[in-house]
Design a protein around this ligand. Sequence first.
Ligand SMILES: C[S@@+](CC[C@H](N)C(=O)[O-])C[C@H]1O[C@@H](n2cnc3c(N)ncnc32)[C@H](O)[C@@H]1O
Length: 390
Amino acid sequence: MELCEIRILWCVARLEVTTQEVAPGELGGKRGRTRARVGGVLVVDHRTLARRIVDEAMGEPQLEHAFTGRRAIGGLGERVPRTKPHTYKVACGMATRVVSFGRIDPAPDRLICGDASAAAGGMVDGALDAIYIDPPFGTGAVQRGRGHAYVDRRDDPDAFVEWLAPILAHSRRVLAPHGSLFVHLDYRAVHYVKVALDRLFGRARFVNEIAWCYAVGGKSRRGFGRKHDTILWYAKTDDWAFFPDAVRVPRRGGSHMRLVGGVQEKTDRRTGRVYRYPVAAGKVPEDWWTDIETLNHSDGERTGWPSQKPERLVERVLQAVTAPGGRVADWFAGSGTTAAVAQRLGRRFVASDREPAAVDVAARRLIAQGRALASAGNPPVPLEIIRGRI
Ligand SMILES: C[S@@+](CC[C@H](N)C(=O)[O-])C[C@H]1O[C@@H](n2cnc3c(N)ncnc32)[C@H](O)[C@@H]1O
């Protein structure tokens, strides 16, 4: 990895900003060049660049060099010193790497270090069976994990939807006719995004609003504790794939039904018809999921990446709508949960994240799992790790 250092020699003490976090921006070009494009705005010197970096920390922190157009991904969570000159490090010119697990296949899985819109925009129409995305929730804060962090977008739902809309439109375009999109959100933006998705897919293509309920999280003295996220499920056409038998869960005891020799029974009072449900066969879950907990601190699955989702959650989503060999994507891969589940379940994947550190975490996870699968006699297809321009 080649590191390109851009020295910002002007003092940034004058900047009256509330945050001192440097955005994880993209910054590219030759050492010594002074002009850059920041969040779509041309900045002419490093002082302005420094200001833009700070200003953009809660917004759209993408940087692109004005002359070369070369892109590279910056480090994250670096602090702009208030009073002294500092060095802003950005990574550039990183190579693509293919990791083989002993199975020859011309179409590798892909892990891309890049922006979601570029990754989604680069896919051909109709290529995917399912997309699960877990974008930043627009908390307006820096999300911190163990040793890792990323800058979330500001808490402005309209701006959030405006930013996400092109990514959602590409997602719809690249889905196969039987394909589905799952968008994981919380209370902040879900209703705004639901309206945007209704408009994009049509209300008739809305399949489910899944409430993923968990126990951990804040309590409230002024209302009910916010203990669920929402996953919106939209289908590309009326003919969407669904594999209910792949996601059956155990039937719970203590229901209103009679239990007769391992079979739950209920009688319809109006028609007198008797319904029987063998306990051993389980049941297809409803649209509220209470049986999958968030990852705790000592969980073996934990990578340290903030807002990492449990594999069981993504596993249920992927198994519900894809068959083995199916093709899935996640444009906000983070620690690579969707990719890891896809690799383990024998699905093909494309996963992207703009943070080089996230891609490092995901790559380590996928390589370790790929090797374990290979030694168990079930090698996955090669993994292509793409850094830099896509
Ligand atoms: C909520 S986290 C995803 C966590 C992931 N589901 C997991 O289990 O680890 C959101 C991710 O989106 C990434 N991200 C934010 N803006 C992005 C963008 N414009 N393009 C690509 N990735 C982005 C962040 O770096 C972060 O890793």
